[in-house]
Design a protein around this ligand. Structure first.
Ligand SMILES: [Zn+2]
Length: 231
């Protein structure tokens, strides 16, 4: 079997594929060892490609996901605002109708009140109030401060190494990186867990603070950035 023929097997590297090929093609032991070395070679290339990807492409992908999420969030928010406005209009119309019935009715007051309630007018008023306050919240900048607590906790758990990589700062196997907070010639920043500490200048940051100081992101944006990082 020649190497060219094996090209068709590219991409087959799940466990047990050798057995599969043996059953289908009746290969000899010799072919096997050749296939194994070929497989090793493929794995090596794959790992090299992975390294290149992580160094060059990963930060870009990360940024694209972050921008996409932000854009989606804005679109969802705009859509919700539009829906709330329409809902309020509909509710107001219903309420106006109820009010007209109330005004035009010549029944005694207690009956008019009863009809007013049967038509669910108090509920309509409450609902309109609730929707209006939601709309106010969405339209104000406060919207950005409303990050669910679990998202902050989730963000805090993201490994600092990933965060550094997403900012294109390589971290060595000894957990050391060049400190971005001073002119660092030799890596003197220890990157471990979700913290980083610089032995030279004393900078000490968790992953959220790092993004705020290094990238100038807001707290909310830092949390979002972290939650966009792959596991
Ligand atoms: Zn430093």
């Amino acid at each position: 079997m020649i190497k060219e023929d094996l090209k068709i097997f590219q991409g087959i590297n799940s466990p047990g594929w050798l057995r599969l090929i043996e059953n289908v093609f009746g290969l000899s032991k010799k072919d096997f060892s050749f296939l194994e070395s070929y497989d090793e070679e493929m794995k090596k290339i794959e790992n090299e490609l992975k390294d290149i990807y992580y160094q060059k492409e990963y930060p870009k992908t990360q940024k694209a996901i972050y921008e996409f999420n932000k854009e989606m969030k804005k679109q969802v928010s705009d859509l919700r605002k539009e829906n709330i406005k329409n809902e309020i209009e509909d509710l107001k119309k219903q309420l106006q109708e109820n009010y007209d019935i109330y005004l035009k009715s010549k029944s005694p007051e207690f009956l008019k009140e009863a009809v007013w309630k049967i038509n669910k007018s108090p509920e309509l008023i409450k609902k309109i109030k609730r929707l209006k306050s939601e709309l106010r919240l969405l339209e104000s900048k406060k919207e950005n401060k409303l990050i669910p607590h679990y998202q902050i906790l989730q963000a805090r758990e993201k490994p600092m190494k990933k965060v550094f990589e997403s900012c294109e700062i390589p971290v060595g196997k000894n957990f050391l990186a060049r400190c971005p907070f001073h002119q660092d010639k030799n890596p003197s920043m220890l990157v471990k867990g979700s913290f980083a500490y610089c032995f030279a200048c004393g900078a000490k940051v968790d992953n959220i603070k790092f993004l705020r100081d290094y990238k100038g992101l807001s707290f909310t944006d830092s949390v979002e950035w972290l939650n966009c990082l792959s596991a």
